[in-house]
Design a protein around this ligand. Sequence first.
Ligand code: SF4
Length: 241
Amino acid sequence: MEWPGLLPSSSAKTLPLLNKEIISCTACPRLVQWREEVAVTKRKAYEAEKYWGKPVPSFGSDKPKLMIIGLAPGAHGANRTGRIFTGDSSGDWLYGSLHRAGLATIPTSTSIKDGQQLIDTRIACAVRCAPPDNKPSIEERDTCAPYLTKEIEIASKTSTAYVALGSFAWNAMIKSLRELGHTIPTTKFSHGAKITFLDGSRTITLIGSYHPSQQNTFTGKLTKPMLDKIFKQAAKAAEIG
Ligand code: SF4
């Protein structure tokens, strides 16, 4: 099938410049339509708010030691607030855990004005626009992939640890690292899955975690101690704190 959108590419040399490119992307027609439609129709609880309604940039350190990779923005979370994992239940879980691991300055993430700062840590997503039902298509995943690859390429100058939230992010992270020339053994995603490889003289650690979606947290598939264990491990691998 011919892809109707304008395929993204990036010549950014820094993570802030990459964020600027991402924010203006319109490559995926279905996602552009959905992110903008949600921003107009809104959820009743947020009808007085102005939704972001654009691709959601990465958040955190511009020279991260630890990279966290999620799936995609939530329709009424990051697509509303403009900051990744901000303003929904997944974000409550994620930032709470990051705070307990010494990776975030406050335990909550409610808006871009809440003062939250990540410590040597950056959060990106495999797909930057909110998808219907939280499910990007294969074409959308592949269309957005150059941004993740570029982000990892720049971040890898300082990052020695990566956490992927869910199998979608796990596979996207490994694909990007392979495209950058790293030899990554094929390892099936699981909560706590771990891969290490050498980048020159540095040991790089990849860790898999269940995504803190309501589907996992409401059912008890993912608990706070399980998530905390992942981020304590990641902080240690990245030598933060
Ligand atoms: S998902 Fe990625 S490639 Fe598609 S429109 Fe959004 S930013 Fe662009």
